[in-house]
Write a protein that binds this ligand. Structure first.
Ligand code: NAD
Ligand code: UFG
Length: 339
C-alpha cells in the first residue's frame, strides 16, 4: 500500500487525517516540528489506530531533514498540513508567515521534484475567495487577494503549485479548500488544542462550556443575514479528513491541478452554532454581542458538488455531532494535551 508523508501531521486536521488514512489502508509517516502541537498526540493516535505510526521530527523549511525522510521511506504522496494559521498573528508577523508557509512549501516541493514524488495535497482554505461576490462558492469563483498575510500565503502556495505543475507536468497538485473545520474524533482522545485564548468560534465555545471562559463574544449582530450574525460552512474534521482520502484515491498519479472545496454546503450563523452547542451540553451558553471583528466576511459557504460528483465524497456529520464531539474532547481534556 502507499506511504503518505503527512507534514504537520501532529496538528488538528493532520492527526484526524492520519486515522482515516490508516482506515483506508495507507501508511502515514508524520513529520512535524511541534510549533503548534504537542508530542502527546502521537501516543493518542497510536492508541486509536492500534498502530505505531512512524514519526520524524523536523521542519519543512529544512531541506536535509526532508531528504532524510525520503531516504528512510518510499514516499508515494505528501499531504502538507504544516503551516502557521493565526490570521491576527500573521498581520503582526508577515515575514514569519511567508517564511514558514510559502518558503516551507517551496522547499517541500523542491525535494518532491528531486525525488520524483509527484503527488502533492495542499491544505488550502476558503479564505482564497476573499469576500465572496456570491454564495455558494464553486471552485470557479474568483480567487482574490487575501485580506491577511495568512490568507495570502494560501493564494501564493496555490499559484506556486500550479506554476510548478506547468513546468513539471507529472505532478498531481491536489488543492483542497477547507471551509470551517470543527469537531473532534469521537473517542475524545484527539481534538483542537489552541494556545492561549482561542481566536476561532468553536474552541472558544467549548472553553465557555467547560467554564474556562465566562461567555462568548459574538462579533457583530447587524450583518445583512437573517439573524444579523455571520454565516459559515462548518464541517466536521472527520468528514474533512475523509475528504483527503477520497481526493488521494481519485487524483493520485493523475497528473494535473485538482481543486476541490471541502465543505458541507450548508451555511450556519454564529447564533445557530450557539444553539447547537447549548443543545449538546443541555444548558444555555452565555453570550454577548460585541463589535464586528475587522476583516470578517459576511457569509461563506461551499458548493460541494464537484467533490461529490468527482470524488464520491460528501460530508456526513451534522451540526449536533460537530458540537457534541467538540464538547466531548474539551470535557475529557480541559487543558488540551498535557505535553
Ligand atoms: P495546526 O496548527 O493544528 O497543525 C499544523 C501543524 O503543522 C502543527 O502540528 C505544527 O506544529 C506543524 N507545523 C507548522 N509549521 C511547520 C513547519 N515549518 N515544519 C513542520 N511542521 C510544522 O493547524 P490545523 O488546523 O490542523 O491546520 C492544518 C492546515 O490546514 C494549515 O495549513 C492550515 O492553514 C490549514 N487550514 C486550517 C483551517 C482551520 O480552520 N483549522 C482552515 C483552512 C485551512
Ligand atoms: N466569532 C465570534 N466570536 C468568537 C470567534 C468567532 O463571534 O469569539 C465569529 C466570527 O466573527 C465569524 C464566525 O464566528 O463570524 C467564525 O469565526 P472563526 O474565527 O471560527 O472562523 P473564520 O471563518 O473567521 O476563519 C476561518 C479560519 C481562518 C480562515 C478562514 C477562511 O480560522 O484560518 O476561516 O477559510 F482563513
Amino acid at each position: 500500500m502507499s506511504t503518505i508523508l503527512v507534514t504537520g501531521g501532529a496538528g488538528y486536521i493532520g492527526s484526524h487525517t492520519c486515522i482515516e488514512l490508516i482506515r483506508a489502508g495507507y501508511d502515514p509517516v508524520i513529520f512535524d516540528n511541534f510549533s503548534n502541537s504537542k508530542p502527546a498526540v502521537l501516543a493518542r493516535l497510536n492508541r486509536i489506530t492500534k498502530r505505531n505510526i512512524p514519526f520524524v521530527a523536523g521542519d519543512i523549511r529544512v531541506k536535509e531533514q526532508l531528504e532524510a525522510v525520503f531516504d528512510a521511506y518510499s514516499i508515494d504522496a505528501v499531504i502538507n498540513f504544516a503551516g502557521l494559521k493565526a490570521v491576527g498573528e500573521s498581520v503582526q508577523k508577515p515575514l514569519e508567515y511567508y517564511d514558514n508557509n510559502v518558503n516551507g512549501a517551496r522547499v517541500l516541493l523542491s525535494v518532491m521534484k528531486e525525488r520524483k514524488c509527484f503527488n502533492f495535497v495542499f491544505s488550502s482554505s476558503a479564505t482564497v475567495y476573499g469576500e465572496p461576490d456570491s454564495v455558494p462558492l464553486t471552485e470557479n469563483s474568483p480567487v482574490k487577494r487575501a485580506n491577511s498575510p495568512y490568507g495570502q500565503t494560501k493564494v501564493d502556495i496555490e499559484f506556486m503549485a500550479e506554476e510548478l505543475q506547468k513546468a513539471v507536468p507529472d505532478f498531481s497538485m491536489i488543492l483542497l479548500r477547507y471551509f470551517n473545520p470543527v469537531g473532534a474524533h469521537d473517542s475524545g482522545l484527539i481534538g483542537e488544542d489552541p494556545r492561549g485564548i482561542p481566536n476561532n468560534l468553536m474552541p472558544y465555545l467549548t472553553q465557555v462550556a467547560v467554564g474556562k471562559l465566562p461567555h462568548l463574544n459574538i462579533f457583530g449582530n447587524d450583518y445583512p443575514t437573517p439573524d444579523g450574525t455571520c454565516i459559515r460552512d462548518y464541517i466536521h474534521v472527520v468528514d474533512l479528513a475523509r475528504g483527503h482520502v477520497a481526493a488521494l484515491e481519485h487524483c493520485m498519479n493523475r497528473s494535473g491541478v485538482h481543486i476541490y472545496n471541502l465543505g458541507t454546503g450548508i451555511g450556519y450563523s454564529v447564533l445557530d452554532m450557539v444553539k447547537a452547542f447549548s443543545k449538546a451540553i443541555g444548558r444555555e451558553l452565555p453570550y454577548r454581542f460585541a463589535p464586528r471583528r475587522p476583516g470578517d466576511v459576511v457569509q461563506c459557504y461551499a458548493d460541494p458538488s464537484k467533490a461529490r460528483n468527482e470524488l464520491g465524497w460528501s460530508a456526513q456529520k451534522n451540526l449536533d455531532e460537530m458540537a457534541a464531539d467538540s464538547y466531548n474532547w474539551q470535557k475529557n481534556n480541559p487543558n488540551g494535551y498535557d505535553n
